[in-house]
Design a protein around this ligand. Structure first.
Ligand code: PLP
Length: 375
């Protein structure tokens, strides 16, 4: 095959890129599951994937039935996602006029940036937290003002208040429960932040694992500067199908409709989400099993001399690693087919995050960690 290109125009397309794109670090792809399995020399079925906070119970059986029985995959989906928004309204108690469905919460984060960011605008990010806030800010040409969390991963409220008055940022991204530590934002903190002249995006991707009663999704009806994000990726086990949603005040949502791609949520994702909502009581029972398993996993991890877990309200447990190199521990577990998350960031260098799997995954993890402890 001929691979070289002949440049007859003298044009260098790279020099024409948006400067914001040129400034972004090169893309490092995440290895897909089958490639990972191959590199570890194990079949996929033998890999215990505890590195991305997926739901290892998988989706509702009604999802598989709905997917095998898709009526009109050859017809474009409803651009307004009416059926899904109606079902989400019944599930959340928020009117469907305030709900927006997207291809995962990730898409909604990117759309929020596109909605608000002009060149040179600022956003506030409070790391350690979910990486997509600063990533999407960079892609959309926003400056990120970093307000590090305190040592216990709680917010530095005063520093946020100060940054708002100094830099007038437009957006503040907060996850509750926060990824990676699993901490929740208190009502008092949220009220303080909502009183600031800034739009607060509260990402509740893991809220079902904290108990739905901890959600502030209906606060969007009272606070025009609040947006709440949710997803089907975690509690409903649909990470591979890409479906999430946001609740917005009415005025904001009118503007968001103007910029969305018409067919952003596929027919398959829509049907899977609808089937999940129709089976929500069973799925929430699975969530409760994951919550019990989280407790058992945390107790088991804290029994090891080199692991110090943080209390978590998510489907994962962050652990500080002491007396052992966290990267080596991560590698030793990978060799045994157990994938956990290691963060290559200064603040989290001596930490690993373990997603909550099935009881047999916890048992196997304990066997391997105990073996490592004896080395
Ligand atoms: C805090 C947080 N928000 C959003 C997401 C992504 O959600 P989705 O799969 O719906 O794009 C994740 C995924 O890990 C997350 O940790």
């Amino acid at each position: 095959m001929k691979t070289e290109t002949t440049d007859t125009t003298g044009l260098n397309p790279i020099s024409m890129l948006r400067s914001t794109v040129r400034a972004i670090e090169p893309y490092v792809p995440i290895l897909p599951f089958e490639v990972l399995a191959e590199s570890l020399g194990r079949p996929i079925a033998e890999i215990i994937k505890l590195d991305a906070n997926e739901n290892l119970y998988g989706p509702s059986p009604l999802v598989r039935a709905a997917l095998s029985d898709l009526g009109f995959p050859h017809i474009y989906p409803d651009p307004e996602n009416r059926a899904l928004r109606k079902a989400l309204s019944d599930f959340t108690g928020v009117p469907s006029e305030n709900i927006f469905a997207g291809a995962g919460a990730d898409e909604v984060i990117d759309l929020i940036m596109r909605l608000f960011i002009d060149q040179g605008d600022n956003i506030i990010d409070c790391p350690p937290t979910f990486g997509m806030y600063s990533f999407d800010a960079a892609v959309n040409g926003a400056e990120t003002i970093v307000i590090e969390r305190k040592d216990d991963f709680t917010l530095d409220l005063q520093a946020i208040v100060d940054a708002v008055s100094i830099h007038s940022p437009k957006l503040l991204f907060l996850a509750s429960p926060n990824n990676p530590d699993g901490g929740l934002i208190s009502d008092e903190e949220l009220y303080t932040l909502l009183a600031l002249p800034i739009i607060v995006i509260l990402d509740e991707a893991y809220i079902e694992f904290a108990g739905i009663k901890n959600s502030r999704i209906d606060w969007v009806l009272e606070h025009s500067n609040l947006i709440v994000l949710r997803t089907f990726s975690k509690w409903a086990g649909l990470a591979g199908l890409r479906v999430g949603y946001g609740a917005f005040s009415t005025g904001l949502l009118q503007e968001l409709w103007k910029i969305k791609q018409p067919y952003n949520v596929s027919v398959a994702a829509t049907e899977a989400a609808l089937a999940s909502l129709s089976d929500s009581s069973n799925l929430l029972q699975v969530v409760s099993k994951i919550r019990s398993e989280r407790k058992r996993l945390s107790q088991m991890l804290s029994g090891l001399p080199f692991l110090f877990p943080y209390p978590s309200h998510g489907n994962f447990v962050l652990c500080e690693v002491k007396g052992m190199n966290a990267l080596s521990l991560h590698q030793a577990l990978s060799t045994e087919g157990i994938l956990v998350r290691y963060f290559d960031k200064p603040r989290l260098r001596d930490h690993i995050r373990v997603s909550v799997g099935l009881p047999q995954h916890t048992d196997f993890l304990l066997t391997i960690l105990s073996r490592i402890a004896k080395r």
